[in-house]
Ligand binder design. Sequence first.
Ligand code: FES
Length: 197
Amino acid sequence: MTKHLQKSSKSLPSKPLPSKKDHPAGKCLMSRRQMLFTSGVATATVMVAVSSSPEAAKVPAMVATYPRKLIAKLSQLKTDKPIGFEYPDEGAFAQSMVVKLGVAAGGGIGPKDDVVAFNYFCTHQGGDLDGTYKGDTKSLGACPLHLSTYDLTRHGILISGQAYQSLPQVLLELDGDDIYAVGVFGLIFGRYDNLQG
Ligand code: FES
């Protein structure tokens, strides 16, 4: 059964996470639906007033959307072996990784909700986290610059170090064996807008 992003914010698929009781990542996790809305992935046409007058005509305006990009096959993933890709474009700071954690995670896809993806650049000052994945703690880090470390089971929240923002999480969709990147939750380091040209 194909699971893909709907073109209306009214019909996004809802996939509740396991209850707090049986989910190892605990209560800080948000549902997939919450992530999609918060990250602005949902596409929508909104009506915008062209002046402040109550009688002002309203015109339709499109909300920017992320590309849908094939990044890996579910069957090729091995637990704790990250695979690199670039998203949402091939510009600066787009390098990212997808990994099968082997344990359920916030925003995870697959039969065990354990496949997640994250941008590779530390939110503090852009340290490159490529090669720092730790399978025993399901984390990225320590950052080579100031040692920040991020928890990949909990949307990339900071475990320790100098950063004060979570690592941007790449949102995923599963279509058969194909894994697609469909959005980013959080601001990528070095960008004022994740979808900048
Ligand atoms: S750049 Fe990563 S902790 Fe400072």
